[in-house]
Every structure is written in C-alpha cells, then in structure tokens.
Design a protein around this ligand. Structure first.
Ligand code: NI
Length: 188
C-alpha cells in the first residue's frame, strides 16, 4: 500500500524519532509499504517520519544509481535503530533531493566514510563500513530521524534562493506526482 509522503512544513519532519521496539505492530507491513511508496516516487531512500511516523527506521534501495555510483549496486537496506560513526571527516559536495521537498535539488557537503550499526526488519544486528554515495544516502535518511532536512546544511545564500519554492510547498501550492500530505493550514 502506497503511503502519502509528508511534505516540508509538516511538524512530523522536525520531531526527534523514537527507537523501534522488537514488538512494533505490523513492522513487516510497514517496511513493504515504505518500499512501495519510495519506488512509486522514484526515491532511493525513505525515512519513517516522511510517512508520518517518528520512529528510527529508514528504507534504502540505492541500486537505481549504481551506473553512476558502483558502491550502490544491489544495496537494498532496512535500517532500524541505527548508530552512525564518522570514519573520515573530509566532506564532498554533491547534489541531493528529498521526496519531502519536491522540485528542489541542492548541493550538500557530507563525509563519505561512515560506520553504521543497525538492526534489520528481523532485528538482526549489522555493522558495516560504508563509503561513497551510499554513505551520503544513509546520512541523508538518518538526518530525518533527528528532524534534520538536507536544506539545513546549505548556505544561507542558497536557502534565500529557494525561499519561494519552500514557501510554495508550505502553502500547498507545489504539484507533486505522488500522494502527499501537506502541512496543516495555519489560521490567520
Ligand atoms: Ni529526504
């Protein structure tokens, strides 16, 4: 089942997410729904807050970008209760987008070498050193779990440039070709 993607301006995207307990109800169904939602909107990653749930869970399928970034080949991950460690502080700048920010793409500086510890949908523990664009996707998605969006990392000047677009998303004026949930209307 496709889920609506919560868009910029919705408060759920700014909350700190909670750990996922092993008895979380219908977790497998949620995982399947998140993948379906992500594929339907041509994303390579989706975090639970983007479907309105403040829990520490992310899905990634980076295979569609494997032609450009070979480290992404066949990488499909369910990441629950992650812990991230930066292995090399050198940052690289690349373009990013986000399903919660339709029509916007901006360069973001991020580190390219991380160690990730996480649980899969069966709560098996994993630890892996991850590099390159896959490390970027992981950092982008994990940011969502602490209420951070990639536009928080761009310069004030760039933010000024996209101010109009951000305003349009908040106001519900941005067309989105996937089911979306706009911010609640503020009373004037
Ligand atoms: Ni995102």
């Amino acid at each position: 089942m496709k889920l609506p993607v919560y868009l910029y301006g919705h408060p759920v995207l700014r909350k700190i997410s909670e750990p996922v307990p092993a008895d979380y109800p219908d977790l497998k169904k949620l995982v399947a729904d998140m993948f379906e939602t992500m594929y339907a909107s041509d994303g390579v990653g989706l975090a639970a807050p983007q479907v309105g749930l403040n829990i520490n869970m992310v899905v990634i399928d980076a295979d569609p970008v494997a032609d450009t970034f070979p480290e992404c080949k066949g990488r499909k991950l369910v990441i629950i209760n992650p812990e991230l460690e930066i292995l090399d502080g050198e940052k690289v700048q690349r373009g990013e987008g986000c399903l919660s920010l339709p029509g916007i793409s901006e360069d973001v500086k991020r580190v390219e070498h991380i160690r990730l510890k996480w649980q899969d949908e069966d709560f098996n523990e994993h630890t892996e050193e991850i590099s390159g664009f896959l490390a970027r996707i992981v950092q982008h998605e994990l940011d969502h779990l602490s209420g951070t969006l990639y536009i928080d990392h761009i310069s004030p000047l760039r933010k000024q440039f996209i101010r109009g677009k951000l305003h349009n998303i908040i106001e519900g004026k941005t067309r989105c070709d996937y089911p979306a949930k706009y911010a609640p209307r503020k009373r004037k």
